[in-house]
Design a binder for this molecule. Sequence first.
Ligand SMILES: C[S@@+](CC[C@H](N)C(=O)[O-])C[C@H]1O[C@@H](n2cnc3c(N)ncnc32)[C@H](O)[C@@H]1O
Length: 242
Amino acid sequence: MSTKKWFESWFDSPYYHILYKNRDFKEAEDFISTISKNLFKSKDNLLDVCCGKGRHAYTFSKLGFKVEAFDLSPKSIAKAKELESDTLQFYVHDMLKPFKENHYQYVVNMFTSFGYFESDNENKSALKSIVTNLKPGGYFLMDYLNANYVNQHLVSEETKQLNGINFNINRKIENNCVIKTIDFEDKGEKYQFKESVNLIDANTLTGWIEENKLAVLNTFGDYQLKPFDTDNSKRLIIFAQK
Ligand SMILES: C[S@@+](CC[C@H](N)C(=O)[O-])C[C@H]1O[C@@H](n2cnc3c(N)ncnc32)[C@H](O)[C@@H]1O
C-alpha cells in the first residue's frame, strides 16, 4: 500500500495531465499577458511556486521576466526542463520549505496549487514559506478557487471521455474540503485517484496573507481580472505586496 499523499501520486501521474488537458499553454498565455499588462509592469525576477509542467513560467520568460519555478512532481519537472533557457529554470522542491528568501520581485502560485494539506497550520506554514521568497516591496499573485462558489455549485457526479478513457468523477464536501474521487480503467487496469482541497474562503485567505505582513492590493474573480464577487466568481485571484 502506497504511503504517498494524494498530491504526490495524482499530480505525478500521466492521467492528471490527460484529465486537465484543457488547462494548457494557451490558457496560461492569455492570463499571463493580462497580468503582465495590468499588474506586473516591470520585467523583473519571478518565482512560480507549484509550476507543474511550466506553462505559466514559460510564458513569463517569453515576455522578458527572469523565471525560476518549482514543483514537487519529478515527472512534471522533467518535462518542464525541456523548456529551460538562460532565463528559465525548473527545480523539484516542496512548497513547505522556502526556496530563496527575500529574492524575487514576483512570486506566483497558479491554478489552485494551494490548500492541499490537512490542517490550517500546515497550509499557513506553506503560505509563509511561499511569501518568504519575496523581496520587500515584491508582489504576490495567487490564483485559487472561490470556496463559496464551489460550495454553491458542486457537481457531484460527472463523466469525461478523454484520450479513449472514461473518467468517472465524484465530488463531495467534507470537513470543509472539496474531495474529488476519480475512477477509470486504462489498458485493462482499474485506477482510483483523489484530490482534496481545503475550501479556504476569501476573507480567511486574505487574512492569512496579511498575517505575513503583505498588503492585499486587490482581489479578482476571473482570468480577465474582473472584480471578485463572492457569489458569482469562479476564481479568487489575490494580488498582494510585501
Ligand atoms: C493543480 S496543479 C497546477 C500546476 C500548474 N500551476 C499549472 O497551472 O499547470 C498543482 C501543482 O502543485 C504541485 N504540488 C503539490 N504539492 C506540492 C508541494 N508540496 N510543493 C510543490 N508543489 C506541489 C503538484 O505537483 C501540481 O503540479
